[in-house]
Design a protein around this ligand. Structure first.
Ligand SMILES: Cc1cc2nc3c(=O)[nH]c(=O)nc-3n(C[C@H](O)[C@H](O)[C@H](O)COP(=O)(O)O)c2cc1C
Length: 325
């Protein structure tokens, strides 16, 4: 399949693995890139630019295909050294960056001067247009159903993708709720030129997380995610668990007075415990509604090959067969 996204990134299949805190390590990024998609190392998970440089080197050992690094610009108490992270990306020979969170405008000249292609992940048409205006090469349009931060507009992809297609000139991929060939073909029909998957890639053999996390995703239905931190305008879609029930109880009690410090225990520094130790109630962790469509743990290559094969069957078989002569 050839789209503006496969051409832009020099990849075989229009399938991207989005940055994921404590999941997007070299093993997963390389597996996705080796399968013909675009894998992504999550920059801030590494903790320092030096450690990111080492992780990029590890990924370069595991694949000779292109891969990306995610840089997330979220509100934080002390700003990470983004300039140094970008230096590590450039020095490591990575030429694709997935930005997310706040507007990456400040960092665009540094990245563009180094020949980096930037795909910005955002949750609205207005933010997509802003990304286009500041020189991003593509956008990842993240619908309300997505795992992680869906923004505050609550527009699902069935509306958001055609709206983005109506307004954007640069290519975009559909993000949020993408699991299989049906997702890919539907997203292409709505104007996207590929898909970005998060939750689906966690439930793969190569994802470097505890088996409990994969089992939880397979077990979950589309009814099992919750939105937390809405009163802070930092909404996150997470898998329901004991910690999430506590957060929601605190949110109900505090109402508009909620502060991040009220729920710090349930959200701060919990990812290593969940992703590495498999302590599934240790805190809130991002997960998409798409969990309801995930019921196996294939290898990344099996997953990507299956999506591409079945997409062809849908397009050339099912859809073509519906056309009246
Ligand atoms: C466990 C987890 C951690 C994530 N961490 C990040 C992150 O650090 N930075 C980021 O930009 N997006 C992050 N995301 C969002 C994904 O990159 C992707 O946009 C999202 O998962 C797409 O929705 P889906 O889960 O329905 O596929 C995370 C998602 C999950 C499930």
């Amino acid at each position: 399949m050839k789209t503006r996204i496969t051409e832009l990134f020099g990849i075989e299949h229009p399938i991207i693995q989005g940055g994921m805190h404590f999941v997007g390590l070299a093993e997963l990024a390389a597996a996705v890139s080796n399968a013909g998609g675009l894998g992504t190392i999550t920059g801030l998970t590494q903790g320092t630019p030096e450690k990111l440089a080492a992780e990029i080197a590890r990924c370069n050992d595991l694949t000779d295909k292109p891969f990306a690094v995610n840089l997330t610009f979220l509100p934080s108490f002390s700003e990470p050294p983004y300039a140094e992270y970008i230096d590590a990306i450039i020095a490591g020979g990575v030429r694709i960056v997935e930005t997310a969170g706040r507007n990456p405008e400040k960092w665009m000249p540094k990245m563009k001067d180094a020949g980096i292609k930037v795909i910005h992940k955002c949750t609205s048409v207005r933010h997509s247009l802003k990304a286009e205006a500041i020189g991003c090469d593509a956008v990842s349009v993240d619908g309300f159903e997505c795992g992680g931060h869906p923004g505050e507009d609550d527009v699902p992809n069935m509306i958001l993708l055609p709206r983005a297609a109506d307004e954007l000139t640069i290519p975009f991929v559909a993000s949020g709720g993408q699991a299989d060939a049906r997702s890919l073909v539907a997203s292409l029909a709505m104007g996207a030129e590929g898909i970005n998957m998060g939750t689906r890639f966690i439930a793969t053999k190569e994802a470097p997380v505890h088996q409990n996390v994969k089992d939880a995703i397979v077990k979950a239905s589309e009814l099992d995610t919750r939105l937390v931190m809405r009163p802070l305008r930092n909404t996150e879609r997470v898998l329901d668990n004991k910690a999430v029930d506590e957060i929601l109880a605190i949110e109900r009690e505090k109402g508009a007075d909620l502060k991040i410090t009220d729920i710090l225990e349930q959200v701060a520094g919990v990812y290593p415990k969940i992703m590495q130790e498999g302590e599934m109630d240790a805190g809130a962790w991002s997960c998409g509604m798409v969990a309801g469509l995930i019921d196996d743990v294939p290898t990344v290559k099996e997953l990507v090959d299956r999506i591409m094969k079945e997409a062809d069957e849908i397009i050339a078989g099912r859809l073509a067969g519906m056309r009246s002569a």
